[in-house]
Design a protein around this ligand. Structure first.
Ligand code: ADP
Length: 492
């Protein structure tokens, strides 16, 4: 729910829920008003009818009231009572002070409820406020009084009609069920629609992110984001990002060109310097005291020339100017050759070199670069393995790929350092280089990785500090030449 899409949907759902709640309240209140009007009109009709019946009884010379005993006083005559008993609901007829008639529904109430109803009829129903709700223990009644002018023949003052008011309860309203069902359904549907709409309107941003992710690796800075018009915000954003990428591309290119040009310019003076030092060393005038200084100068110059060569290689690789001269390369002889070189180097370092396995495999690649890649790994293994240690080489076919591995029992690499070892100029503790001998510049693995990538391969490393490391180069193999020949030979 932290995404913009989630937050938009949530905000939309809250606003919609509030709107729906307000709309439902208005609807329910309108429906309640209608129910109130309906009940009022029904009750009014009954009161009116009762009143008409009583007046007609008066004119028809039917005795309207009859005197009973002195305690009760007057009540409606039996004939009139019969007439009124046909009317529905609660009916009470009173003179100004007493109840003259109460319908069967009233009689069925408990004594307490009947008392409460009678009190309400006398106290609360007035000509100004003739109707209202009376809450009894057993029910809530809506009652309405019809006021008459008492005459000698018809001494009636109030005709009250009533009916239960449950129909006014919110839950009994006709639309209540529809509202309670429609509310969650509408809310759910709208949340779904909001989710889809938010997704659709954010899709261009998603696309933008995807395209930017593809560009950000530094090698794709020539790519640009598509800009359709200048009118919408996203296109303007894409335009601004494009301008930024263009500036970045310019700076990167300038930096690469500078490194390439500087390395190239340094190559010639370094070669001249080296030749001069070598010549000076061979000169008969050179004294024995001067020789160590000249040797040191030669070693430093050689080291600097190596650095310049490595820098030039990487700068050209970055510029895409370094062509790989592809040809069919049989890896087994190359590995054997590297193994022999390693065995020679190992003599001085005191480590043992072993060739564990040598599967025949052919790749399409540049033999010079591939040799450089294998040698980089092998010289590193020897450099970081102490006297008495072991370096094991192997070339193994694994399906469509071939793996060249260099396993050493040397210093190993700390887990925290592993992510950086292919970075340029990155070196673990400089003091680690064996026997005070100077290590490299931290460019060897960067070059090795570039060569592997340029051949469609990769380099993996597994290492434990103090236990040793295994570097594995994996390259795609070519089908061996005799397989190609036999399969391309026409049959028969
Ligand atoms: P360098 O020329 O310094 O060896 P690399 O790029 O070849 O530069 O290696 C980078 C760093 O990775 C080295 O400085 C070293 O710390 C570490 N490293 C490379 N190979 C090994 C290995 N076989 N054993 C231990 N550490 C290694």
């Amino acid at each position: 729910m932290n995404s913009i899409r989630g937050r938009l949907t949530l905000a939309y759902a809250i606003v919609l829920a509030l709107t729906l709640a307000m709309f439902s309240a208005v609807l329910l209140s309108a429906s309640r008003g209608a129910a109130e009007r309906a009940i009022k009109s029904r009750v009014e009709d009954v009161a009116e009818l009762a009143s008409v019946l009583l007046q007609q009884a008066g004119t028809a010379a039917l005795p309207v009231v009859a005197t009973t005993d002195s305690v009760i006083g007057q009540e409606l005559s039996a004939g009139v009572r019969r007439l009124l008993s046909g009317l529905p609901g609660y009916i009470i007829v009173t003179d100004t002070a007493r109840v003259l008639y109460a319908s069967a529904a009233v009689e069925r109430l408990t004594t307490k409820d009947r008392g409460a109803l009678t009190r309400a009829v006398f106290r609360e129903l007035t000509p100004d406020q003739p109707g209202g709700i009376v809450a009894l223990d057993s029910a809530r009644l809506f009652v309405l009084a019809h006021f008459e002018t008492p005459s000698a023949r018809v001494p009636i003052y109030r005709v009250v009609a009533g009916e239960p008011a449950q129909s006014l309860d919110l839950s009994r309203l006709d639309i209540f069920a529809s509202v309670t069902v429609a509310f969650p359904v509408l809310l759910l549907l709208s949340v779904l629609v909001a989710w889809v709409l938010a997704g659709a309107s954010l899709r261009p941003i998603d696309r933008l992110i995807g395209e930017l992710e593809a560009i950000q690796d530094g090698r794709s800075l020539h790519r640009r984001l598509p800009v359709e018009t200048d009118e919408n915000e996203l296109d303007r954003l894409a335009g601004t990002i494009n301008a930024m990428i263009a500036r970045l591309e310019g700076s990167f290119a300038a930096l690469r060109r500078f490194t390439a040009d500087a390395s190239h310019e340094l190559k010639t003076p370094l070669t001249v310097l080296r030749a001069d030092i070598e010549r000076a060393m061979q000169s008969p005038q050179v004294s024995m005291d001067q020789l160590p200084a000249l040797e040191e100068a030669l070693a430093e110059t050689t080291r600097m020339a190596d650095l310049v060569e490595s820098l030039l290689t990487l700068a050209r690789a970055d510029e895409g100017r370094f062509d790989i001269h592809r040809e069919v390369v049989a890896l087994a002889p190359l590995v054997e050759d590297v193994y022999e070189t390693a065995a020679m180097l190992a003599e001085s370092s005191g480590a043992r070199v072993e060739l564990r396995r040598l599967d025949p495999a052919t790749v399409s690649g540049d033999p010079v670069r591939l040799r450089q890649l294998l040698l980089n790994l092998v010289t590193n293994a020897l450099k970081y393995t102490s006297r008495g240690g072991k370096v094991t080489l192997a070339l193994e076919l694994r399906g469509e790929r071939v793996a060249f591995s260099v396993q050493d029992t040397g210093l190993g690499i700390a887990a925290a350092d592993l992510p950086f070892i292919f970075d340029r100029f990155w070196r673990a503790d400089r003091a680690r280089s064996r026997g005070g001998e100077r290590g490299g510049f931290g460019l060897g693995l960067a070059i090795a990785q570039w060569i592997a990538h340029a051949h469609g391969g990769n380099i993996n490393v597994a290492s434990r500090l103090g236990r040793g490391s295994t570097f594995t180069v994996s390259l795609p193999v070519m089908p061996s030449p005799n397989v190609i020949e036999s399969s391309s030979e026409p049959t028969g």
